[in-house]
Ligand binder design. Structure first.
Ligand code: SF4
Length: 291
């Protein structure tokens, strides 16, 4: 009885129109160029936990996260409410989207991303199951389920289970690779996880299904990535494909907003385009640029 009451009150809370979606804890809407439209983000790290400490990260970890754990029922209710709000045209009327209202009715993807690394959660597969339930109950037959990841946890048993479920429900994995050498990786991503482990996780994952590699290139202390590092980066991509990894596309992007670390700065579009051309030439892969 208590459980039913709590289901009802959780649903009532997200249905309450006085409660704006910006108050949601786990779910948020964004118009994403990389998603080509509306992406509904699912934040699996409300505690802001991450095993990277990227110099360009925008998450302010000096302020603690709102809650420590993902409440699956609340996440499901928020996601369902957000999908319906988008489909009914409610999002289109929001000031935040008034320049692109036509993009807000179709949910292009539901993306695990947010304030940390999604694969750090202990029940990733259960989170995928919950999103799949909403995808099915709301008739989102064309909507992708995207995992945006730093790749450090792709070798966990529970995560692999979640990835398999994603594979049969329009799943797509966007794995981060910002460097070609351990040194540059340590400088930019500042992680204790070994670079080799990131590479082997990407390889194992890309052997099982095609993945997208997403790479943020930037200026560090006014220096763009050195040519030798870019060459090494292309070498790592070639290692992946030559070992049986499938890379459907490479997404290159740069810093979008000022970062807490002032020495991490955006690249100009021309610089990013030049790097993309070099990656295309050295790897033969499809490279898309998102300035
Ligand atoms: S992996 Fe993402 S969340 Fe983690 S530090 Fe880097 S940018 Fe921030």
């Amino acid at each position: 009885m208590g459980e039913i009451k709590s289901i009802q009150s959780s649903w009532a809370a997200v249905q309450d129109h006085t409660r704006h979606f910006s108050d949601f804890t786990f779910v948020y809407p964004v118009i994403s160029r990389r998603s080509k439209g509306l992406s509904i983000g699912v934040n699996l790290n409300p505690d802001k936990a991450c095993n990277f400490d990227c110099i360009y990260c925008e998450v302010d970890r000096r302020i603690p996260g709102a809650v420590a754990e993902v409440d699956l029922r609340q996440m499901k209710d928020e996601l369902t409410a957000m999908v319906r709000f988008a489909k009914d045209g409610g999002l289109a009327k929001e000031p935040k989207f008034d320049e692109v209202p036509w993009l807000t009715r179709e949910v292009k993807d539901i993306a695990f991303s947010g304030d940390g690394e999604p694969t750090m959660i202990h029940n990733f597969a259960e989170c995928v199951e919950t999103v799949v339930e909403v995808q099915q109950s709301e008739g989102l037959d064309e909507t992708k389920i995207v995992l945006i990841t730093d790749a450090a946890g792709l070798d966990k048993v529970d995560v692999k289970r979640g990835l398999k479920l994603m594979d049969t429900h329009h799943g797509e994995i966007w794995g981060k690779l910002d460097a070609g050498t351990e040194d540059y990786y340590r400088e930019v991503n500042r992680s204790n996880v070994k670079f080799d482990r990131i590479l082997s996780n990407l390889l194992e994952t890309a052997r099982a299904r095609p993945i997208i590699i997403q790479s943020l290139f930037l200026k560090v202390h006014r220096q763009a990535m050195p040519a030798a590092e870019l060459e090494a980066y292309c070498g790592r991509l070639n290692d992946l494909t030559e070992s049986g990894g499938q890379i459907s596309e490479v997404h290159l992007y740069t810093v979008a907003r000022p970062t807490p670390e002032a020495f991490a700065m955006k690249l100009e579009l021309a610089e990013l385009e030049n790097m993309a051309a070099a990656v295309r030439e050295q790897t033969g892969l499809t490279v898309a640029v998102f300035p």
